[in-house]
Design a protein around this ligand. Structure first.
Ligand code: PHE
Length: 531
């Protein structure tokens, strides 16, 4: 079977940025920035992106392109699915931590660590590929599409002028039946969920070039234009500067060690790392594409979208006299109220633009995560694309319904809640929160950790660099000082080989620094590390 490829570099960039720019940028980034010290947090976040996000993204693209396989095949390609000393060492480490936790009577976490260790010991790298390539994307896809459905509901309500709230309290009355799966909202929710999955399925049916790439080429410029419109509208309001200041002025007092870890965790999620997507999208790259530059471009677009979202939201919020520390409810409750209050009677337009942007952001991300599953079907089960799309969509549909029926309470799944409470002392507030928490706190950091370690020590940085040089040329081996100074073509510097190059820095990060930081995020996000 002929492997699919991107038709152009720009198509690849837009599709990958489409994956990266999602609910995480438009909804989550603004509010965690608001809560964690504004500009200071943005700075920390950028540093985290540089130290974890960038190296990991480069590794994933390279793994994908070198093997032309999705995650499952990529991990298999260099280990034949067997254990290696490194995987045995890591499983022993997990078992040890598990035992320690058990002896401190943290039953739930202890058992989970033990189980992770044993599973890794038995299946070796095969299980890493399966988690990164199937389990994480499958779980995330299921609840992400439910939220995608909400954005659709909100968009239609906005355009029909039904979001004309003057007060977030009123907005809450609209939001509650949705997030609690109240019976009267169920039909609407189910329809929205089905439409969302349907749209995604259509795009995927047409394949990499004609489906994913083409939809990204239309949707991504639209998304940036909508954000731009909202930024301009927001900044033009009297009193807007207060919002800008809140969003961007460094408040060192609000910056705690937890903020740093929040930033590290968010870096994973927002760049769609460790969920198989970047390996899959990397496997469609052509050899003449420059992996390092592409990763930089995707990160740039993703960060730009996040900053634009913040600049669209906060000025309007402050100008209309709202509080900004609303956390989760920010996008769905406070923003509609603030936009409705903008004088001129065009509230429906601003809200419509905002929720359309949110919907587009969610759709292109959902497409990418589903493509990971489709790619798995095509590569591992050797089935055709259409069949793979139908199967992945059906699986997502089934799992998604679980989220849909138990969104903000356990009414429909009481037994499971009891088990969780017995094991962990408490339970997240619903099945959806459980899946969200489990994937972002356990699967993503662990998946990322194993991926960099795999590239650094099993595939080896030497071979990874060989892949990166294809399409990037000799720049990666030029002395960074000379490169920064722009003197690489100067005859006096013709011999530019040195030890301080991108290649050596990359190796250093992938082998040591990125894994160490990722391990830190993991221990923090599962609650073992406390400050
Ligand atoms: N990067 C996405 C975001 O910021 C995360 C994501 C991508 C989630 C794809 C699910 C699927 O929202």
């Amino acid at each position: 079977m002929k492997k699919e490829q991107w038709s152009s570099n720009i198509g690849f960039l837009l599709a990958t940025a489409g994956s990266a720019v999602g609910l995480g940028n438009v909804w989550k980034f603004p509010y965690i920035t608001g809560q964690n010290g504004g500009g200071a947090f943005v700075l920390v976040y950028l540093i985290c992106i540089a130290m974890i996000g960038f190296p990991l993204m480069v590794c994933e693209f390279a793994l994908g392109r070198a093997t032309r396989q999705g995650p499952v095949g990529a991990f298999r390609a260099f280990t034949r699915d067997r254990n290696t000393p490194l995987s045995v060492f890591l499983s022993c480490l997990l078992i040890l931590i598990g035992g320690l936790l058990l002896s401190f009577q943290y039953w739930g976490y202890g058992v989970m660590m033990l189980a992770a260790g044993i599973i890794l010991c038995v299946w070796g790298w095969k299980i890493v590929g399966a988690v990164v390539g199937v389990v994480s994307p499958g779980l995330i896809a299921s609840y992400y599409c439910v939220i995608g459905g909400w954005t659709l509901i909100y968009f239609f309500k906005a355009v029909m002028g039904e979001l004309n709230f003057q007060d977030p309290k009123v907005a809450e009355e609209l939001m509650r039946p949705i997030v609690t799966s109240a019976p009267e909202m169920m039909p609407t929710q189910i329809i929205a969920f089905l439409v969302f999955i349907g749209l995604m399925t259509i795009a995927l049916f047409f394949g990499v070039k004609n489906g994913i790439e083409r939809s990204a080429k239309i949707l991504m410029p639209m998304l940036f234009l909508l954000l731009l419109l909202l930024v301009v509208r927001g900044l033009a309001l009297p009193g807007a500067m207060k919002g800008v200041r809140f969003f961007l002025q460094p408040e060192l007092g609000n910056l705690h060690i937890e903020s740093v870890l929040t930033a590290l965790g968010h870096a994973f999620f927002t760049l769609s790392l460790a969920m198989g997507i970047s390996i899959t999208y990397g496997s469609y790259m052509r050899k003449d594409q420059n992996i390092v530059k592409s990763a930089l471009a995707v990160i740039g677009l993703d960060t730009m979208a996040a900053m634009m979202a913040g600049l669209a939201i906060f000025p309007a919020l402050f100008a209309m006299g709202f509080e900004s520390d609303q956390g989760v409810g920010l996008a769905f409750m406070v923003v509609p109220a603030a936009f409705s209050k903008i004088p001129g009677g065009l509230g429906w337009l601003w809200n419509g633009a905002f929720f359309l942007a949110l919907f587009i952001a969610a759709l292109t991300s959902a497409i990418s995560i589903m493509e990971t599953l489709v790619n798995y079907g095509i590569n591992e089960w050797k089935i055709g694309r259409r069949k793979a799309v139908v199967l992945s969509a059906s699986a997502t549909l089934l799992l998604g319904f679980l989220s849909l029926f138990s969104i903000s309470n356990w009414n429909h799944l009481r037994k499971l809640e009891d088990v969780l409470i017995r094991c962990f002392g408490d339970a997240d507030s619903s099945w959806m929160d459980l899946i969200d928490g489990f994937s972002s706190n356990w699967l993503l950091p662990l998946g990322g950790l194993f991926t960099v370690l795999f590239v650094g020590w099993i595939w080896t940085t030497r071979r990874a660099m060989r892949e990166l040089r294809v399409g990037a040329g000799s720049a990666l081996d030029t002395n960074l000082w000379i490169l920064l100074a722009g003197l690489e073509r100067d005859p006096l510097y013709l011999d530019t080989r040195s030890r301080f190059t991108f290649a050596s820095l990359f190796g250093l990060f992938v082998r040591w620094i990125t894994p160490a930081l990722t391990a830190l995020v993991f221990l923090y996000s599962v609650g073992i590390l406390r400050f």
